[in-house]
Design a binder for this molecule. Structure first.
Ligand SMILES: Cc1cc2nc3c(=O)[nH]c(=O)nc-3n(C[C@H](O)[C@H](O)[C@H](O)COP(=O)(O)O)c2cc1C
Ligand code: SF4
Length: 416
């Protein structure tokens, strides 16, 4: 059985999250001191060489994103740390902020330096209001010590961090909705282009990254021994925080090396299913992720291996459901979530979610017809092809994957 790794989480419990002095005592801000002696393009190259992919869900090449953001022309540029963490069963960013707020601030300053931004925003979900004092304090102390503000470390580089709280909408984790929310508008996605990197918040060039993405950077810059790159293989290098929840004995956030078998995560780190029940299904990557069953247990947790087996890393969530819940009941719960969280702006998502909910109820009641099942499938594919944003595109992932993995649950007149 595998054990946890502590690379991204190596500072956890090692310092007082309210004290910059205790952070400095463990080498805090050494990565920033190193970064400001480097060319920003070289920082982006280090991130690319380690094949770091953004941890918000889309797994975009992070070094490439920073290099592109750096190349965008603009007198005033922004970065945003996406701390919305609204994806169900995802709670890794909360742990990073709670135990290591200064590392996040340091990662954001390095990000600002790399992409040549002057201002950074942290968009913190409302439900994490208890983390606000930690972040406010970390920003204030970093300003007092000259790590934030004007002429940082005497290098003529200015960077300021602003803390912004969302109001609790899941869709506000989507980049363009998040930006509108920061601007004080209703948090609804908009069409792209213009792309955020060219015209983001306040129409300024903006680079958006997840909390975990920023948190990797200070550790990576100081990793002369190549500890990070010694883990994983192929496109999945390094370590990853996973949030394991649902019917497991020991839910929590674990840092694993890429390549850890799913079985070791669920039955090792999370200690298996509580109460001796059987495993019904596992959902990867949050409510917008696909589901599968025990056939995934011996698959290594990597981007490629999960994809080959019909699921994705996504937000890093692993939700385990035991056999007390039927597949259809699980899907109805997921569908309730999306019907509630759809912003209603575009027809495929607004109407599709509503109709999917109605058909799932009919399946649960045993009144669905063959035509209903065909319509459900059609709704899923239309939504994924024609919704305006990622919420609508992925809302039916769970249902469509369930149709492949659990066809018996959709058999007309079959047992539920
Ligand atoms: C509906 C929806 C919700 C999202 N929620 C989050 C979130 O809570 N946190 C996050 O980092 N990314 C979220 N994303 C992904 C972001 O749009 C974006 O890709 C990410 O913040 C970029 O950071 P990264 O490149 O470091 O992953 C969401 C996307 C969609 C479509
Ligand atoms: S896909 Fe859904 S959440 Fe996204 S813009 Fe359309 S209605 Fe809103």
């Amino acid at each position: 059985m595998s054990s946890e790794i502590h690379f991204i989480t190596k500072n956890f419990g090692k310092y007082d999250p309210m004290s910059i002095d205790s952070y400095l005592a463990i080498g805090g801000f050494n990565a920033l001191k190193k970064a400001v002696e480097m060319d920003g393009e070289d920082i982006a190259s280090i991130i690319s060489a380690a094949k770091v992919k953004g941890r918000g869900g889309a797994a975009y090449d992070m070094g490439r994103k920073w290099s592109q953001a750096r190349a965008v022309k603009g007198e005033h540029k922004l970065t945003i740390c996406n701390a919305d963490e609204g994806e169900p069963c995802t709670f890794k960013d909360r742990e990073l902020i709670l135990h290591d707020p200064f590392n996040l601030i340091e990662g954001m300053i390095i990000g600002g330096y790399t992409v040549k931004a002057q201002d950074g925003y942290i968009y913190l979900r409302e439900e994490y209001r208890h983390l606000r004092p930690l972040l406010r304090n970390a920003i204030k102390q970093a300003e007092e010590r000259g790590f934030l503000g004007n002429n940082i470390l005497g290098k003529g580089f200015d960077f300021h961090i602003h803390l912004y709280s969302g109001a609790g909408a899941y869709v506000c984790g989507e980049g363009t909705a998040l930006i509108r929310s920061i601007e004080g508008k209703a948090g609804r996605p908009r069409m792209k282009p213009p792309f955020i990197k060219v015209s983001g918040a306040f129409a300024l060039p903006t680079c958006v990254n997840n909390v975990e993405s920023f948190c990797i950077v200070p550790h990576l810059l100081l990793d002369d021994e190549g500890e990070y790159t010694s883990h994983g293989s192929g496109e999945s290098i390094g370590t990853k925080l996973v949030s394991v929840g649902g019917n497991v004995r020991h839910p929590g956030v674990f840092e694993i090396p890429f390549g850890t078998p799913v079985r070791d995560i669920i039955y090792g780190l999370a200690q298996g299913i509580e109460g001796g029940y059987g495993l019904r299904l596992i959902q990867f990557g949050g409510a917008s992720g696909r589901i599968t069953d025990r056939r995934i247990l011996d698959v290594p947790y990597t981007y490629d291996d999960l994809k080959e087996n019909g699921v994705t890393v996504g937000s890093g969530a692993i939700l385990v459901i035991d056999d007390r819940t039927s597949v259809i009941d699980f899907l109805r719960m997921t569908q309730d979530f999306f019907s509630h969280e759809s912003c209603g702006q575009c027809t495929p998502c607004r109407e599709g979610n509503l109709h999917a909910k109605i058909i799932l109820k009919k399946i649960a009641d045993g009144t669905a017809t063959d035509s209903d099942i065909a319509t459900l499938k059609k709704i899923g594919s239309i939504m994924s092809l024609s919704s305006l944003c990622g919420l609508g595109e992925t809302a039916q992932c769970a249902t469509l994957s369930a149709m492949e993995i659990f066809p018996e649950a959709f058999a007309v007149g079959g047992a539920r």
